[in-house]
Design a protein around this ligand. Structure first.
Ligand code: PGA
Length: 249
């Protein structure tokens, strides 16, 4: 399976900056053998970003998606519209949605199931808090997050799944999980997926303060199939370096 290097731009860029960043990545991309490049701009920038990188080998996706096809859901985006503007993947359950916007496991499950059922690549973000980690509950939390989101999806639907393990305490903090933690949680996730979706290739990404300085060590770990990158994805040089490290892995 190819690695995925995915940039999550969060709510950081205006329209001109989004287009500029997308184009500078697109213009510097060389032929890639082992790596898929994904970017997730803010919703209002999606259509223009897509138009600005026509022909580039970059997949664009949304940072969230609603669980109904349409309706009275002010402030949410429908999958149909996201597809119309060129999205080929969605993120769901990002820790900022869980912990800042207070989305529950159940809401995230609905988003995940709807997206998987609709046949779009669906990146389910999961991860424990510092308290969970320090009290030895990381695996239990990861299991609960996986199970609530995935238990009602069938194997065909799970073929569209990507899992992103992002320990909450490592996101945007400069603290990277140790190799031991990443190794143990990724193999725990892999075991869960092997049990519930055997025979299906599901990439598992690591996220949390990934940078050119630490990525070579992370991508070399078993069951790490790429990264979901926040801060470093806003700097084209750093993001391109991450792609290069993935290619050389
Ligand atoms: P970070 O964000 O790389 O800035 O830690 C990762 C993420 O939130 O996906």
């Amino acid at each position: 399976m190819k690695n995925i290097v995915a940039g999550n731009w969060k709510m950081n860029l205006g329209l001109a900056q989004s287009i500029e960043l997308a184009q500078s990545i697109a213009n510097s991309l060389t032929e890639l053998k082992n790596t898929e490049v994904w970017i997730a701009p803010s919703s209002p920038a999606l259509a223009s970003v897509k138009q600005s990188i026509v022909g580039a080998k970059i997949s664009m996706g949304s940072q969230n998606v609603h669980w109904e096809a349409s309706g009275a859901f002010t402030g949410e985006d429908s999958l149909g519209l996201l597809r119309d503007v060129g999205c080929s993947f969605v993120l769901v359950g990002h820790s900022e949605r869980r912990h800042v916007l207070h989305e529950t496991d159940e809401m995230i499950a609905k988003r995940t199931q709807f997206a998987l059922r609709s046949g779009i690549k669906t990146t389910l973000c999961i991860g424990e808090t510092l308290h969970d980690q320090e009290s030895g509950q990381a695996q239990e939390v990861i299991h609960r997050q996986l199970d609530t989101a995935l238990k009602s999806s069938n194997k065909d639907e799970l073929a569209n799944l990507v899992v992103a393990y992002e320990p909450v305490w490592a996101i945007g903090t400069g603290k990277v999980a140790t190799v031991e933690i990443v190794d143990s949680i990724h193999s725990f996730i892999r075991q869960y997926l092997d049990k519930n979706a055997s025979g299906i290739e599901i990439p598992i990404l690591y996220g949390g303060s990934v940078s050119p300085g630490n990525f070579a060590e992370i991508i070399a770990i078993d069951n790490v199939n790429g990264a979901l990158v926040g801060g470093a994805s806003l700097d084209p040089q750093k993001f391109l370096k991450l792609i290069e490290i993935s290619e050389n892995n």
